[in-house]
Design a binder for this molecule. Structure first.
Ligand code: PDD
Length: 291
């Protein structure tokens, strides 16, 4: 695997970062997970814009100018022979504060570390889309936005990792995290939606969650299909009363959820609106790819 590190492509063995890097010492950095369909990157500019916003939120200037990113991402795919005809790419950009003396002051780190990794995208097993996945409600709460905004896609992922550990221990696919007021927020790497009486519901950004790029796209598709949408504040009981539930993120697209805390959601099978929206997503995908 060829990895872009700071200013050049290096082999996996040479892709090493200092133990003084504040990304390692303090989780001080930001990242994005992006994908391609074939050679065309999905929602490229939206991901790059979110990377810039995450950087701005922590006072970290992304050291690569916006106009250079497309060529760099494509070079990473070409060098690794991914992102070709039927070979979708997974891309991860990580920008950390960089190496510097021990201490919290970002000024200790004059040069951010830039890493681009890419590998073949491993799609979720088709079986999961057919049967749906199970979730639990985690005891771990989502970060309080005024303490650490979930809108910052930070390399400090402990909040999510603790909830993921709970899911693994319970034998579930993933955990739903509640906020400080016991309202639904999101799962560890995805946004959550549910359907109730024909209305598509999803926690509002003010509940404290990442503004997922797939979430936003799905909301647009639902509006196009004239499905009524509620972005609101919901408790766990709304999932118990839901007819359908699904998750969205860049790599999974739309994943049906059929059990929550051991209880079936609706009929316990992927629902019609979930299928319809995933179908619409696939039918419209080309609109959201690079030319
Ligand atoms: N995760 N919520 C969280 C906490 C996430 O980490 C992600 C993305 C999402 C969905 O965002 P998007 O639709 O933009 O992918 C929601 C990626 C896949 C990751 O961390 O690798």
């Amino acid at each position: 695997m060829w990895i872009y590190l700071n200013d050049r492509f290096v082999t996996e063995q040479d892709a090493v970062v200092s133990v003084f890097d504040h990304g390692f010492l303090y989780g001080d950095g930001v990242y994005e997970t992006i994908r391609s369909y074939g050679s065309r990157i999905f929602m490229r500019d939206q991901h790059l814009a979110r990377l810039r916003r995450s950087g701005e939120a922590i006072g970290l200037t992304i050291p690569i100018p916006e106009r250079q990113w497309p060529a760099l991402l494509h070079e990473a795919m070409t060098k690794n022979e991914v992102g070709q005809d039927h070979n979708d790419a997974y891309l991860r950009i990580t920008i950390s504060r960089g190496p510097g003396g021990i201490g919290l002051d970002p000024a200790l780190c004059p040069t951010p570390t830039v890493v681009i990794m890419t590998k073949p995208l491993q799609p979720s097993p088709p079986e999961q889309y057919k049967t749906g996945v199970s979730l639990i409600v985690a005891k771990t709460r989502r970060n309080l936005p005024s303490a650490l905004s979930p809108q910052i896609k930070a390399t400090n992922f402990l909040n999510n990792i603790l909830a993921k550990r709970e899911a693994i221990a319970a034998g579930a696919f993933d955990s739903i995290l509640l906020n400080w007021e016991s309202q639904l927020t999101e799962c560890t790497v995805s946004n959550i939606f549910f359907v109730r009486a024909g209305r598509l519901c999803t926690p509002a950004l003010t509940c404290g969650l990442l503004d997922g790029i797939t979430r936003d796209l799905l909301l647009g598709l639902a509006r196009d299909a004239q499905i009524p949408v509620d972005e609101g504040h919901f408790g766990v009981e709304s999932l118990r009363q839901a007819d359908e539930c699904f998750l969205t993120n860049t790599t999974m697209e739309v994943m049906p959820v059929t059990r929550v805390d051991g209880h079936p959601v609706g009929k316990g099978t992927p629902g019609p609106i979930t299928r319809q929206l995933h179908g619409q997503f696939m039918a419209n995908r080309a609109r959201f790819l690079e030319p």
